[in-house]
Design a binder for this molecule. Structure first.
Ligand SMILES: [Zn+2]
Length: 430
């Protein structure tokens, strides 16, 4: 069992949905050599319902989470329609999610030009923080903020003690695609690492001036990690399993399931990201699950220019991250921090989520770190089965997932209907 920074034999007693004791008494159910970790928390999931439910919805996303050992997801404010930038839109999200949840769900709000007046109300209604873009988001209903405009909103976020989550790429360093659009390198050169690093530096400057808590999303490059390393302590950063698993050299012509933004880069960046995690410059690994239909991913013509940039991997975060971590000698306690505790802290859910401690929710994942799985998209619970992990053999198989003391996944079968909606910094359910 992973308890804080230790991995040791232990047993857990649960009651009323929470952990009531962690000790060494003989257990009623003996799980042998399987690993028990806190239920995973994924703070970067695009559910897309309402409005683009055909891409991903609450029912399928939370089933996939349960099957992958994740007991809490935090929903991103785009690409649902409307985006979650107002109190009304948040009400629409909750109405859409009601009755469909297999795991717990909390919500990020969005910050776009003109939505600043909604910040206080959204915080009062329990959102975990605010996501914003410095570049085109890919959907017209979620425009980017200028640096000045974002800077002007930060004192309000600081006052409410909620983080700003930033998609950090420099709009001046995004270039049109030139050459054959089915070649991955043609897409890769449209979004250089230098543009990502420049934006991380801009965000660090804003964090320094405002004192606001700032978090940079989905870092993909060595240069961005270096920029984050010198940022103030009020800033944090994440990366995703696909940047830790794949590299540009191995992406073949037309393989649009690999398209995301920022892009998967050369192998040296992958190694720099692992190093950034080991040195605690990066604090977490979250999925950025953002699937779309085969048509929108341009699977037919393999056009990287026109394909949607987003990867479906919610169910695969544990084995994808563990495969790379185990190969590099990273232990289970660190893995649990990256996949559960740090995302819970970012979202202000750590009073009840993210670690095995008396008083926290009885959310657990039981898994076999030596179990091998072969990824078959058609067997995933995601609404769309396209995934760049197709056919890969990964280490780490989830045996069961427990949410609030109830089994929501076991022996390959999801038991839906146990999930709740959560507020930031609060122990009561919505
Ligand atoms: Zn995202």
């Amino acid at each position: 069992m992973v308890i804080g920074d230790e991995v040791r034999p232990a047993s857990i007693s649960m009651g009323q949905g929470v952990i009531v004791a962690v000790d060494e008494r003989p257990a009623d159910i003996d799980l042998g050599d399987l690993v028990i970790m806190p239920g995973l928390v994924d703070s970067h999931v695009h559910v897309n319902e309402p409005g683009r439910t055909e891409w991903e919805g609450f029912a399928t996303a939370t089933r996939a989470a349960a099957a992958g050992g994740t007991t809490t997801i935090v929903d991103m404010p785009l690409n649902s329609v409307p985006p979650t930038v107002s109190s009304d839109a948040l009400a629409g999200k909750r109405a859409a999610a009601a009755g469909k949840l297999t795991v717990d769900v909390a919500f990020w709000a969005g910050l776009i030009p003109g939505s600043e007046g909604e910040i206080g109300r959204l915080v009062a209604e329990g959102v975990c923080g605010f996501k914003t873009f410095l570049v085109d988001s890919g959907v017209e209903e979620f425009p980017p903020m200028s640096v000045d405009r974002l800077g002007a909103a930060l004192p309000t976020l600081r006052q409410h003690d909620v983080p700003a989550l930033i998609h950090a790429e420099d709009p001046a360093q995004i270039y049109p695609l030139e050459g054959d659009p089915t070649e991955y390198t043609a897409y890769l050169s449209t979004r250089p690492a230098a543009g990502e690093a420049a934006a991380v530096e801009v965000v660090a400057g804003l964090a320094r001036v405002s004192g606001a808590r700032m978090h940079v999303l989905h870092l993909s490059s060595k240069e961005a990690v270096a920029a984050l390393a010198t940022a103030p302590d009020s800033m944090s950063g994440e990366t995703c399993p696909h940047y830790l698993t794949f590299c540009a050299e191995e992406i073949t012509s037309g393989a649009t399931p690999f398209k995301c933004a920022p892009p998967i880069r050369a192998a040296q960046h992958r190694e720099a990201l692992w190093q950034g995690l080991e040195e605690e410059v990066l604090s977490m690994v979250v999925s950025d699950h953002s699937p779309a239909s085969a048509e929108v991913k341009h699977l037919g013509d393999g056009d990287f220019g026109r394909a949607w940039g987003g990867i479906g991997s919610l169910q695969l975060r544990l084995p994808a991250t563990w495969s790379g971590a185990a190969a590099r000698g990273v232990g289970l306690a660190r893995l649990a921090r990256w996949l559960a505790l740090e995302p819970a802290r970012l979202a202000g859910l750590d009073a009840r989520k993210g670690s095995i401690e008396v008083g926290k929710d009885a959310d657990l994942v039981v898994w076999d770190p030596d179990g091998l799985i072969e990824v078959r998209g058609k067997d995933l619970e995601h609404r769309h089965k396209t995934t760049p992990y197709e056919g890969m053999r990964l280490r780490g198989s989830v045996v069961s997932t427990i949410l609030g003391g109830e089994t929501v996944f076991a022996d390959g079968v999801v038991s839906p209907g146990h999930g709740r909606m959560l507020r930031r910094d609060d122990r009561s359910d919505l």
